[in-house]
Design a protein around this ligand. Structure first.
Ligand code: FAD
Length: 507
């Protein structure tokens, strides 16, 4: 076929068998029905990054796309349920708040619930006795109580407002997706890619060459090679935009530990003096890690912080990981699309990396180039993914910047650094009248922004004047009733462990 005639896309080659590679293989294998062959190359010698255990609720969409039975998936990956993230010591040393999945209260006649809460909490007397904002979010109340059940389909019930995701074993998740993919026709090739051949005609990738000389050609290449970015970065030369000036953490230490107590249905993120620690409960162990900025803390101190913070015994030595926050300037270049760490990295503070893989896959499926490559599709893909990275970046920066901590050079840097204009506008809106306007297509809901802003920022100067259209006493009664219903609903839920025992405990 002449090089000028667009070729039908019949062969997709995925390089890398980490979470990104197998998620891509499982989802793209749906295309095999349309005559597209999917091949995945991975190297067991190189291995995978082996971390990435906490998710957000969007994973339900991915599971649905693959027709995954949730109990079987939880059992296979030794997962637990996640109702949110508890942030400890971020706004101030000693304080804590929950960023829960799900919604806070219920809007009343066009008035946002958190605005109502803000007004009532400034009033003396019974109508102002409204407690904390998270007492109006079922996911937060259930998380604090260590309870879990699945949400109700009936939108009229409080239980319909519950949101949840999972904590799982990343290695087992990869294995699970591999089984699904191989069943639907994906071919797996073991081998190390040692060279990438590019077409002299248009610079597209023509083939990857493995050690031993085997050549694997294709029309579309999906780079899931992890931080190495073998195809998009190395072969295609797409530059990396660093966001380290806003997100200075560039190292992590990770170690699993034994479980010592009941399984918590939430992730805990505890701020330290130069970064933070995660605690992720799985059925068979606890995942722990310490993310820190090497400009502000050395490795020995970081390891000491990590090990001192464990509530069980360490199961082995800590793994060392290095990274830089940022993203490739284009995630789709020529005939190469990068997913996962090969495309970019944002630290796991809000557990968004697996979501970004999923988002890349679903946009690739919706713009899939059946014949040749049109720049309109590539440009749209790049625009949407870039926007999503930037929106998540801003949300993560918020956690570092919205603080009064001045106990270390790290926090002094984060508190006083310049931040993107897209974020400073949002903070200003919150500070004056607690307004939160969600970005078009933004991943984080108003409730997420409200949780973090209310959890870390000082109280806003005022509230939305619309609230004053609602009578104070009546609003107080409504809120007391709602808080009571949420508390009773949470109390009636099974304990998280008991729910797992009943439905999805691994053998
Ligand atoms: P990898 O797992 O590194 O896989 C790369 C693959 O490419 C491997 O199979 C490797 O063998 C293969 N490969 C590389 N070079 C070659 C070659 N030359 N030839 C053949 N094969 C090759 N995400 C979340 O969503 N939640 C979290 O809680 C979370 N926590 C994290 C904590 C830390 C400290 C870090 C660093 C990341 C975390 N992530 C998290 C991100 C998450 O780990 C990754 O996004 C996810 O695992 C996807 O990784 P990957 O598949 O892109 O890369």
């Amino acid at each position: 076929m002449s090089a000028d005639v667009p070729r039908p896309i019949r062969k997709v080659v995925i390089v890398g068998g980490g979470t990104a590679g197998w998620m891509a293989a499982a989802a793209l294998s749906r295309l095999t029905a349309a005559g597209v062959a999917i091949t995945l190359v991975e190297s067991e010698d190189i291995g995978t990054i082996g971390v990435g255990e906490a998710t957000i609720p969007s994973l339900h969409d991915f599971n649905r796309l693959l027709g995954i039975d949730e109990d079987a998936f939880v059992r296979a990956t030794r997962a637990t349920f996640k109702l949110g993230i508890e942030f400890v010591g971020w706004g101030r040393i000693g304080d804590r708040y929950m960023h829960p999945f799900g919604t806070h209260g219920r809007d009343v006649e066009g008035v946002k619930f958190h605005q109502l809460w803000l007004r009532q909490s400034r009033i003396d007397g019974a109508a102002g006795d409204v407690g904390r904002l998270d007492e109006y979010c079922l996911s937060a109340v259930a998380a604090h109580a260590g309870r879990f059940t699945r949400p109700s389909d009936n939108p009229a019930t409080v239980l319909a407002s519950l949101g949840y995701a999972f904590h799982f074993d990343a290695g087992l998740y990869g294995r699970y997706l591999r089984q699904l993919s191989e069943r639907t026709g994906v071919t797996r090739i073991e081998g190390r890619v040692t060279a990438v051949e590019r077409s002299e005609h248009n610079g597209h990738i023509a083939a990857v060459v493995l050690d031993g000389g085997r050549r694997i050609d294709g029309e579309l290449f999906v780079d899931c090679s992890g931080f190495r970015s073998l195809l998009l970065g190395d072969a295609m030369g797409v530059a990396f935009d660093s966001w380290q000036h806003w997100l200075p953490c560039d190292r992590a230490l990770a170690v699993p530990s034994t479980s010592t107590a009941a399984l918590l249905p939430y992730t805990r993120a505890t701020a330290g003096t130069a970064g933070w620690r995660w605690r992720i409960p799985l059925q068979h162990r606890v995942g722990n890690g310490h993310v820190y900025a090497s400009a502000f803390q050395d490795e020995a101190q970081a390891e000491d912080d990590l090990l001192r913070g464990l509530d069980g015994a360490a199961l082995g030595d800590a793994r060392r990981l290095r990274f830089v926050a940022g993203v490739r300037q284009r995630l789709w270049e020529g005939n190469c699309v990068a997913l996962g760490l090969a495309g970019g990295f944002l630290e796991p503070l809000e557990s968004t990396s697996i979501h970004l893989v999923q988002s890349g896959i679903s946009r690739l499926l919706s713009l899939f180039p059946d014949t040749g490559f049109a720049s309109a599709e590539r440009d749209e893909y790049n625009r949407l993914l870039r926007l999503e990275y930037e929106q998540i970046r801003d949300f993560i920066i918020l956690h570092y910047h919205a603080t009064t901590r001045d106990d270390s050079p790290f926090w002094n840097h984060c508190r006083t650094m310049d931040i993107p204009a897209s974020l400073s506008g949002k903070i200003a809106l919150w500070r004056s009248r607690a307004r939160v306007i969600r970005d078009q297509g933004g991943l984080f809901t108003d409730d997420s922004w409200i949780a973090v802003l209310a959890g870390q920022e000082p109280a806003p100067t005022s509230y939305d004047p619309l609230v004053d259209t609602l009578p104070v006493e009546e609003a107080g009664r409504f809120m007391h009733h709602l808080r009571d219903m949420i508390a009773k609903t949470a109390a009636a839920m099974p304990r998280h462990d008991a729910f797992i025992d009943r439905h999805c405990r691994a053998d």
